[in-house]
Design a protein around this ligand. Structure first.
Ligand SMILES: *Cc1c(COP(=O)(O)O)cnc(C)c1O
Length: 455
């Protein structure tokens, strides 16, 4: 066995052991950063080590400091797990080490991107001629889509960003709901667009169409971008797309939807109504590493008019070999990057259409089970309408809610984060992992009940 094969076998053994531990391990990490630094060895060694030994050291040093993100009992933030086919495919992506910039140089990658992209548009109910770019996550997907929007609305106003930049050009009026995700602010900052004009949202975080109409009128004739949301991180709520997009169209605005996890409702016949009208937007950002459960990292930047994103992101290089019909480089900000479409293809091929729908429906059913179970706990109240995968609850006072959360983390059965919503401390549950079972939900509810006793 050569050194490379030995290292790969060792990595495989450690990976299988890690995955097998997920069923019963504590979900929070046991060790601190400092402890892991010591275990990894803070000093750069003078001499080389054998690859298999390096893998052993990495795995054993890090094990106590790993959080069980892929566990069926991790409900923090919005975090997916790793579908088996997608995880295995991702190993191949590293072994194949394809540079995915050009169609002519990795036909296999471009084929996977074409096929997975078409499947995604179909599943999400989006225009079949749209462009699907594979980014690191929804933050960069939002960035990509909003870059296409920015350049398009300015072009319509007679201003060429590509040639002249933003200085001296017309101001772009960017409108977003007050409950937008922080990633929207990041993307706008990177794009030089500043803070958005925030429009009132209702108690679930849905943008109010009348307030949106008012903001559109107040902007006069400025080039305008409207940012809507499919899936609020606290409530899971969806903006009213039909009315909002109609209003935005009347003002000739570019409409973008941040659907990092919520876009996947469209893939389930039972939940597709939540995204009704959403397909009439100009661009959509979503994640494959959340609801689709591919390993990190994979976001999707989808743009109705491929020429708009190509104008914002594409580039010609003398030393590249470029295709007349466009290349992967035309759809995302990066040049060199890993073959994320292989992994997304594997997840989709493994699940099939019914498997994706079933996945979404299972996540939603678990979220409802959490809401029912928590509502039965003395002093606990579920604060949101549980329409999708998110549940927010409080335990009588901010202090008690924080104490319950702290005890729950100490207990270690599950990982659930706190947040502040409408000025109150809340327990925030996001069910996003394919492997979560009814038993995981039962064990977690038991742990929440234990944490809520006598605090
Ligand atoms: C997670 C999330 C993002 C950011 O996605 P990343 O993949 O972390 O970059 C943006 N918007 C919403 C609604 C999200 O839930």
């Amino acid at each position: 066995m050569d050194a490379r094969e030995a290292a790969l076998r060792r990595a495989h053994d450690h990976a299988v052991r890690w995955l097998a531990s997920l069923a019963d391990r504590r979900v929070p990490a046991r060790a601190s950063v400092d402890e892991i630094v010591r275990a990894l060895g803070a000093e750069l060694p003078d001499d080389p080590s054998t690859p298999a030994d390096v893998v052993d050291l990495l795995a054993t040093a890090c094990e106590p400091g790993l959080t069980a993100f892929p566990s069926g009992r991790f409900y923090g933030f919005v975090v997916g797990g790793t579908e088996p086919a997608a995880l295995a495919a991702d190993w191949l992506v590293s072994a194949w080490d394809q540079n995915c910039v050009m169609r002519a140089v990795s036909p296999a990658y471009s084929a996977a991107e074409d096929v997975a992209g078409a499947w995604l548009l179909d599943l999400l109910g989006l225009p079949s001629t749209g462009s699907v770019g594979f980014t690191t996550g929804a933050t960069m997907a939002n960035f990509t889509c909003l870059a296409a929007g920015r350049d398009t609305v300015l072009r319509r106003a007679g201003w060429n960003v590509d040639r002249d930049g933003l200085t001296g050009g017309p101001a772009v009026h960017v409108i977003a709901g007050e409950s937008r995700h922080m990633a929207i602010g990041m993307a706008l900052r990177y794009l030089g667009l500043g803070k958005p004009d925030l429009v009132k949202a209702d108690d679930q975080g849905r943008i109010e169409p009348d307030a949106l109409r008012h903001a559109l009128t107040a902007g006069g004739q400025s080039p305008t971008i409207v940012i809507l949301q499919a899936g609020d991180v606290h409530s899971g709520a969806f903006d009213p797309f039909v009315e909002s997009i109609r209003a935005a169209r009347e003002a000739d605005a570019w409409v973008h939807v941040d659907g990092a996890f919520g876009m996947w409702a469209a893939a389930s016949p039972r939940y597709a109504r939540l995204t009704a009208g959403c397909a009439d937007a100009d661009s959509w950002a979503t994640d494959a590493h959340k609801t689709l459960n591919v390993p990190y990292d994979c976001g999707l930047a989808i743009v109705r008019d491929p020429s708009a994103v190509r104008a914002a992101m594409g580039e010609r290089g003398d030393y590249l070999i470029q295709h007349e019909h466009g290349d992967p480089i035309d759809k995302v900000p990066e040049l060199s990057r890993r073959g994320r479409a292989f992994t997304a293809w594997a997840a989709l091929r493994s699940l099939g259409r019914s498997g994706v729908a079933d996945l979404v429906e299972r996540l939603c059913a678990h979220a409802r089970a959490f809401a029912t179970g928590i509502a039965e706990i003395d002093g606990a109240t579920v604060l949101n309408d549980v329409v999708f995968t998110q549940v927010c609850a409080e335990f009588g006072s901010d202090e008690r809610t924080d104490r319950v959360l702290a005890r729950l983390l100490e207990d270690g059965t599950a990982w659930i984060s706190g947040s502040t919503w409408h000025g109150r401390r809340v327990m925030r549950i996001s069910v996003s992992n394919w492997s979560t079972t009814d038993d995981d939900v039962r064990r977690t509810l038991d742990a929440i009940r234990r944490a809520a006793v006598n605090v």
